[in-house]
Design a protein around this ligand. Structure first.
Ligand code: EPS
Length: 402
């Protein structure tokens, strides 16, 4: 059984939708938890005017009955509140009359999909491309990811993210323990664990805004409670680091992905790069402590691998980093060329976020959740959550005997 999803919807169309498949029968699904994730994605200092218009909330259309999944595809819908301003421009039907302001886009933004997408499809109105390329689509991903998170939470797996760099300002120290990331309040301006760095980041955003510019940065996703043994070394497609990289790289504007301390490790000696293996015996290895779940276990004192070795989870916390380029819609536009006149022309601008790195972290959480939910479904199968749990429990028992 696979866990997968697909999305549909344009940025200024009627709604975004996600269809999620592979949720086992009988899983408690809470709409409030999906809405909570949607709200987290919308938050963050440096977002633009659109976020004042949208207040994302999900409507669950299928696959859930009386608060529990029934094993069928779960369809989720998020309405675009801004659609009321775009009904003519985004009309599904051929218009009777030309809209008063058709908002045709002919000046591609460097860094956006506008020009390459226009060339690919032969589109004379670049809106046909940008409406779908827009990161608005990620609201649907986050909704699907929130379903994946509810499946993972049933097995004690939790996912968080934080911002570790914004523009040129890097949080010090870069690496933060789980507890510090978990303690960042949901209404924190940039979801950065270090208050001093966060103030600097805010100052940088204000400067960029005043200059009509934009900023990128780096976020980190942290995942706890993952058992050893998800993913596989046996074939390139099965390697979990590769699957995570693809999932995170597919997030709009993410241009590099790092697993653990992958970048720093490339410049270290092997003796400084790998996580040595130890075996800890529980203080009391009597039958009573075994019954209480206190077991002997393999341990690491470092986690530079970020919880994945050989494409397989090793039982440590998973750490994934995504590097986001600056947003490509600039108030002070870059040089471009009008696709009709071929004359030099400034790139199109209507409005823009200054930065969206905290949001990208939330989206990456959702993508990582979907990949892990899929790994859990592949390994533990089952048509119902009860059957899946029996299989999971048997494997955990096997692990503890290893
Ligand atoms: C986006 C452009 C902006 C962002 C949008 C992504 O939208 P608009 O063109 O309507 O101002 O606000 O992000 C969202 C709407 C969102 O929900 O994240 C783009 O071109 O990618």
């Amino acid at each position: 059984m696979q866990f997968k999803f697909t999305t549909a919807g344009e940025s200024h169309g009627k709604a975004l939708v996600a269809i999620v498949e592979g949720v086992p029968y009988g899983l408690a699904i809470e709409k409030a938890k999906i809405d909570h994730e949607l709200k987290r994605r919308q938050h963050g200092y440096g977002r633009g005017g659109r976020m004042k218009i949208e207040s994302d909330a999900v409507e669950i259309l299928s696959g859930v009955r009386h608060g529990r999944s029934i094993g069928s595809p779960i369809a989720l819908m998020i309405k675009n509140r801004d659609f009321v301003h775009w009904q003519d421009v985004m009309n599904v039907e051929p218009p009777d009359d030309e809209p008063a302001n058709p908002r045709v886009v002919t000046r591609p933004r460097p860094g956006h999909a506008d020009l390459a997408g226009g060339q690919k499809f032969g589109a004379r109105d670049l809106r046909d491309v940008l409406e779908r390329a827009s990161a608005r689509e990620t609201a649907a991903r986050v909704a699907a990811g929130a379903v994946a998170k509810q499946l993972l939470a049933a097995f004690g797996i939790e996912i968080l993210s934080h911002v570790i760099k914004l523009g040129s300002v890097q949080a010090v120290p870069l690496w933060r323990p789980w507890e510090e990331i978990a303690a960042i309040p949901d209404d924190s301006p940039l979801r950065c664990a270090d208050a001093t760095s966060e103030r600097e980041m805010i100052r940088l955003i204000d400067e960029a805004k005043a200059d009509g510019d934009t900023l990128g940065g780096v976020f980190e996703v942290a995942i706890s409670g993952v058992p050893a043994g998800l993913g596989s070394h046996t074939s390139w497609e099965e390697k979990l680091d590769g699957r995570f990289a693809r999932a995170l790289m597919s997030v709009q504007a993410v241009k590099a992905v790092e697993i653990g301390e992958g970048v720093a490790n490339s410049g270290r000696r092997g003796s400084e790069a790998h996580d040595e293996i130890f075996f800890e015996q529980s203080a009391d290895s009597s039958q009573q402590s075994a019954d209480e779940g206190v077991r002997d276990k393999f341990t690491r004192r470092t986690n530079r691998a970020g919880g994945v070795e050989g494409g397989i989870t090793n039982g440590e916390e998973i750490r994934l980093r995504g590097y986001m380029k600056p947003i490509s819609t600039l108030r002070k536009p870059l040089a471009s060329v009008d696709i009709d006149t071929k004359e030099p022309s400034e790139a199109a601008f209507e409005r823009s976020d200054i930065t969206a790195v905290p949001a990208a972290g939330v989206i990456a959480e959702a993508m990582a959740a979907v990949v892990l939910a899929d790994e859990m479904r592949r390994k533990f199968g089952g048509d119902s959550i009860d059957e899946m749990r029996r299989n999971y429990d048997a494997y955990i028992a096997q692990l503890s005997e290893y």
